[in-house]
Write a protein that binds this ligand. Structure first.
Ligand code: CP
Length: 361
């Protein structure tokens, strides 16, 4: 077995009481200091993923996935195994007793406790992960609940920005694609707003941010949406013409920023998302969906932007982007392992993060 985490041991006096259980359901469950703390530990884990098998020996993570996944489930399971723990997994709930009509609450009651020490849950219903916390005896991690949130993807995304850009504060980030149904966008935009980013939304027509997300950005983060005149976007507008393949343009270009900051002259990252057809109530014409490749990034404002994507992609990012150094989406997916190692070790009480926790939801 490799070492535990002796370099920065927890402060534990003989009178220390166990800390209250933490769950990770929304990105807002974490303070900004805690997010930075997780990245500090992710950096340590990433230096050599193979030397941490002494951190969580004997602990078990349960994966409950009511929806398909490749990256989230496998990177969590890899993270747990690399930390020396074990994994039990229900990767296809069609082969579980959910198929016989068992409620989520009953499944969570059974799988937490004796079966596992931490639970990773993906579910098609918004709010399912929060509901699970009421029935679970162990920490619950939201691995995606419907169109709502996907906080651990956001931690991988923010970590990638931190590594690639060297900072998290005050970035300029363009979010493109299906902003309505993409849960990764929703968690990401809340975190970006808290880090003071200027966010350019470049939605596919009809797939703009949901009203409840805009309301929360406005009320909780003081962000003010500005319906930007394309001409005020300068070089970025040229780029969005190139990014879009669409019958109507320009689409809604909303800037959550101080209008005095317009036009955006330099974009740090373009975050592309696929059309989330599994959540669409009516079929949309996918042939009209935006496509992004190196030719769409020639505008000055985008010349050194990194291109991110939570994956899986279809063809909204062209294959010739894969060999372009600005395309960082496969690195983003790899970083899921050290980031999730830090999340698991922290929620299981083996790491301390600096800073105050976020206020309760
Ligand atoms: N990004 C992401 O959530 O990928 P999976 O659906 O493969 O887990």
């Amino acid at each position: 077995n490799g070492p535990a985490v002796p370099a920065e041991p927890k402060a534990a006096g003989k009178d220390a009481r166990p800390a209250p259980r933490r769950d990770l359901i929304s990105i807002d469950d974490l303070s900004l200091a805690e997010i930075r703390g997780l990245f500090h530990h992710a950096d340590r884990f990433a230096k050599d993923l193979r030397q941490w098998s002494g951190v969580l020996p004997g602990r078990i993570a349960a994966s409950l996935f009511y929806e398909p996944s490749t990256r989230t489930r496998l990177s969590f399971e890899s993270a747990m195994l690399r930390l020396g723990g074990g994994v039990i997994t229900a990767a296809d709930m069609k082969t579980s007793s959910a198929q016989k009509g068992e409620s989520l609450a009953d499944t969570v009651r059974v799988v937490s406790g004796a079966y596992s020490d931490i639970m990773v849950l993906r579910h098609p219903s918004e709010g399912a992960a929060r509901l699970a916390t009421h029935f679970s005896e162990v920490p619950v991690i939201n691995a995606g609940d419907g169109s709502h949130e996907h906080p651990t993807q956001t931690l991988c995304d923010l970590y990638t920005l931190w590594v690639e850009r060297g900072r998290l504060d005050g970035l300029e980030v363009a979010l493109a694609g299906d902003l309505r149904h993409s849960r990764t966008i929703h968690s990401f935009i809340y975190a970006l707003a808290r880090f003071g980013a200027n966010i350019v939304c470049v939605p596919h027509h009809g797939l703009e941010l949901p009203d409840y997300v805009v309301k929360r950005l406005r009320e909780s983060y003081g962000a003010e949406p500005v319906r930007a005149d394309a001409s005020r976007l300068g070089a970025l507008a040229e780029a969005s013409d190139a990014v879009y393949i669409t019958p109507q343009k320009p689409h809604q270009l909303s800037l959550f920023t101080d209008s005095a900051a317009l036009p955006v002259k330099h974009v740090d990252a373009v975050y592309m998302t696929r059309m989330q057809t599994e959540r669409h109530l009516e079929a949309k014409d996918e042939s009209a969906y935006m496509r992004l490749g190196p030719q769409a990034l020639q505008a000055d404002s985008l010349r050194d932007a990194v291109v991110m994507h939570p994956l899986p992609r279809r063809d909204e990012i062209s294959a010739d982007m894969d060999s372009d150094p600005r395309g960082v989406y496969f690195k983003q997916a790899s970083r899921g392992v050290p980031v999730r190692m830090a999340i698991l070790a922290w929620l299981l009480g083996e790491l301390e993060l600096a800073g105050e926790p976020a206020p309760p939801p």
